[in-house]
Design a binder for this molecule. Sequence first.
Ligand code: DX5
Ligand code: ZN
Length: 221
Amino acid sequence: MSTYRIAPSILSADFARLGEEVRDVIDAGADWIHFDVMDNHYVPNLTFGPMVCQALRKHSRVPIDVHLMVEPVDALALAFCQAGADLVSFHPEASRHVDRTLQLIQAEGKQAGLVFNPATPLDVLDCVIERVDLVLIMSVNPGFGGQSFIDSALRKIERARRLIDATGRDIRLEVDGGIKVDNIRRVADAGADTFVAGSAIFGQPDYRTVISAMRAQLARD
Ligand code: DX5
Ligand code: ZN
């Protein structure tokens, strides 16, 4: 299994000081910056667009992991590739032509991911897993930070891990929603290697303490 990555979600950061928040959380040990894009259409909330990503790019020396909660997908996926995203993930039900959207992201030299809501089966992976770079399992319904982890995600993570391992390819398995110090190890044990955490990190005064505590859980025998 490849090394673990912790991806703080800036959805829970102080939007009035986003550049500083990104620098602080990277200094505290973040591996990726998770960037939640909501359009008030696919999800009932509205966040930030490609211009904010472009502005943050120079504050981030780590990969920017864009999670698109938008419909339609293609134009924004392309705009985020051009705004400096390193990985761009989208929900398959929001794209009319999933394979085409994956190709569009990869043609820009970026990694492409598919995101699965709690009630969305992994079926589409049967057709496109050879093309994806990342599988993102939602452990909350998308739209808001600070929700509780939905336990049925664990079984889906286990299934996704088996599908990924069967390809022999280096595909990241990321989990998003309700991840805290006290459950990250269970999520890793189910097969995840990349962990999004918003409120657990930005809700605390010392980001390094939380990220180190998460790493300690991941390192435990
Ligand atoms: C929810 C977002 C998440 C969110 C997670 O739609 O995709 O990335 O920021 O927040 P927490 O970690 O607070 O559940
Ligand atoms: Zn997210």
